[in-house]
Design a protein around this ligand. Structure first.
Ligand code: M6R
Length: 615
């Protein structure tokens, strides 16, 4: 989820691009770069680190004056954060510069094709394949827009591409698929941005580029075409009323709410490029050989907070698919209990930030015992993936809200990919069985979107219950960690007393907490797990008989539960193991809305930090 800016017009391209990048820094901040055209030559400056590092670099090595420029602030996916991997990427001849947001799934094929033609690559990024291909076509005589259409047609995956050609100082060209791009329409100047925040200080008229479209901007024109070169349909600009702070949050009041709504896209990005046309699961960041993975006899998942709950969900799937025993440990407890791990143990650590000290110390301990460590992480190049034997990145984009939301869903998906991968290499699942799960996983973004579209009921409920002091969350099987996560969200941002329990455990003590009117959320398993479903219905009756107000989260079409739920929140039908991906979303929205209505700082709750770098 990088930030992209493009500009053509009378102002200084450097000023416009850098100010746009600053507005987009929330989208990624591990490196930044700019390229401008000047006298038929492209000049680029790029630097790892925040935009302030690029500022220093520009002060030391200024760019020439220019009125045509592109810029990028990066959230690394392919290739760690470094000066070389930073965007823009230049074609071999230096004639074309390109910036990219997204993931190009077939970059390896394109790269080998171009290398066979004598093109030399300098970075580890997927982006450079697009830059080199574009340059190759332009060098061969294609105008930039035509070359961009050909490149976009060749790419698989998600991308926003913005490019300039040194020999064409009057134009900036862009394309998009499954990744955002907005055109800012000015007077005698035009802009491009990942979102409107990039150019709001210059114009409030915008056009959203459609799927698989290419746009050419000059000072006086905006021309949009489909990939076959035909003109796009309706391209009437709309007017943006948001202030800049609202624009950074995509019009939402809080980053947390925006991130909850980004989950369909984030889950799709986690899945991108993992499933080869041959039907094989490909996790190319796993640098542990299939032989080594076949030898492991135990898996230990280690993480903190929300990431720990993602690990608890994953245990059910991993054991079910691989039949390898899987333990889940709180990272801060791990090394102090002298855990039994050896070279046959696979330690899986989960961390959104990649900097959590407790998790890092657990990794160091595991590696001292010669265990193999795989990190599931959202932050490319962070300490945790660097110190692990392998990494699966979640590609969720930066998470700004302290309360983790898209982090959780994408961690669950990444763990499932790992589980399926292990089942594949250990011969525990046939290809068609893996394909069936992958098919269902690929339908999840649309199902999560449906939960978001139907969320008004949950928001109203938060308004009704905002003055309650205590909440319980119950679930069984994968619904149990979901209930723990629901309770954690409410504690950390709404400062409410909230507890999650396995529904069957209530009768062993916690049921004494139930009193008249206590709100109790219950995650009801899909009816596919018939025994479990019926057991949870009994648990709902137990708390209801004692005066609880029951809020049940159930799949569409489950009417058996109706007599026992005071409030029934529905989600699309999914199989049991995938239910956390839809059932968690109403709980996130409930906590966010309740905290917002209480007037709390939802994104930066008291006493908490986004990244906990002390033990
Ligand atoms: O960055 P990490 O995933 O390692 O962080 C782990 C926990 O600190 C984190 O999940 C924390 O519990 C969140 N505030 C939960 O919303």
């Amino acid at each position: 989820m990088c930030g992209i800016v493009g500009y053509i017009g009378p102002r200084s391209a450097q000023d416009v691009v850098i100010s746009g990048l600053r507005r987009l820094e929330y989208r990624g901040y591990d490196s930044a770069g700019i390229a401008v055209g000047h006298d038929g030559v492209l000049e680029a400056r790029k630097k790892s680190g925040k935009i302030s590092c690029l500022d220093t670099h520009l002060a030391d090595d200024p760019l020439p004056a220019s009125h045509q420029g592109i810029g990028h602030t990066r959230w690394a996916t392919h290739g760690g954060p470094s000066d070389t991997n930073a965007h823009p990427h230049l074609s071999q001849s230096g004639r074309v510069a390109l910036v990219h947001n997204g993931i190009i799934e077939n970059f390896a094929t394109l790269r080998s094709e171009l290398e066979a033609e004598g093109v030399r690559f300098v970075s580890e990024t997927d982006t450079e394949a697009a830059a080199q291909l574009l340059g190759y076509l332009v060098d061969a005589g294609a105008p930039l827009a035509e070359a961009m259409r050909s490149v976009a047609a060749r790419l698989d995956g998600a991308f926003t591409l913005v490019a300039i050609d040194a020999h064409d100082p009057d134009r900036v060209v862009a394309a998009r698929r499954n990744s955002p791009l907005v055109v800012g329409v000015g007077q005698g100047e035009n802009f491009l941005g990942s979102d409107v925040a990039a150019f709001l200080e210059f114009t409030r008229d915008a056009i959203e580029l459609g799927q698989d479209q290419v746009v050419e901007i000059t000072r006086e024109s905006v021309e949009i075409t489909n990939l076959d070169g035909t003109p796009a349909g309706d391209v009437t600009p709309y007017h943006v009323d948001w202030d800049i702070a609202a624009a950074e949050k995509g019009g939402f009041d809080w980053f947390m709410r925006k991130e909850i709504h980004e989950q369909p896209r984030a889950v799709a990005d986690t899945l991108l490029g993992r499933y080869a046309a041959s039907g094989e699961l490909v996790l190319d960041e796993v640098r542990i050989s299939p032989e080594e993975l076949r030898r492991i006899d135990k898996i230990v998942i280690v993480a903190c907070g929300t990431a720990f709950y993602a690990g608890m969900v994953a245990k059910y799937a991993i054991e079910h698919w691989t039949r390898v025993p899987c333990e889940v440990e709180i990272a801060s407890e791990f090394r102090y209990r002298d855990p039994i791990i050896d070279p046959m143990t696979l330690v899986v650590t989960i961390s959104q930030s990649g900097e959590t000290a407790d998790t890092l110390m657990a990794i160091r301990h595991a590696r001292e015992q010669h265990a193999k460590v795989i990190a599931i992480c959202n932050t490319n190049g962070a300490t945790i993936p660097r110190e692990s034997d392998a990494v699966i990145y979640t590609h969720a984009g930066p998470e700004r809200g302290v309360a983790s939301t898209k982090g959780f869903l994408t961690q669950v998906v990444a763990c499932y990919l790992l589980g399926l991968y292990l089942a594949q290499v250990r011969g525990m699942k046939y290809r068609d069985e893996i394909a069936a799960v992958m098919d269902e996983l690929s339908s999840m973004p649309e199902k999560i979107q449906r939960v978001l579209d139907d969320s008004q009921q949950v928001l109203d409920l938060a308004g009704e219950l905002k003055d309650e002091h205590s909440f319980l969350f119950l679930g069984r099987h994968v619904g149990y960690p979901v209930s723990l996560e629901g309770a954690l969200k409410l504690k950390e941002i709404a400062y409410k007393h909230a507890e999650g329990f396995p529904a069957g455990e209530l009768k062993h003590g916690p049921i004494a907490l139930v009193e008249q009117g206590l709100p109790v959320f219950v995650v009801v398993p899909p009816r596919g797990r018939d025994q479990l479903h019926d057991k949870v219905i009994s648990n709902i009756q137990e708390v209801r008989a004692r005066g609880a107000r029951t809020i049940v989260i159930v799949e569409d079409g489950d009417d058996e539960v109706l007599p026992y739920g005071d409030v029934v929140i529905r989600h699309p039908r999914v199989s049991t193991l995938l239910q956390p991906l839809v059932a968690t979303v109403p709980l996130q929205l409930f906590a966010c809305e309740l905290a917002a209505r209480l007037g709390h700082d939802v994104d930066q709750p008291r006493n908490l930090a986004k990244s906990v770098t002390v033990e």
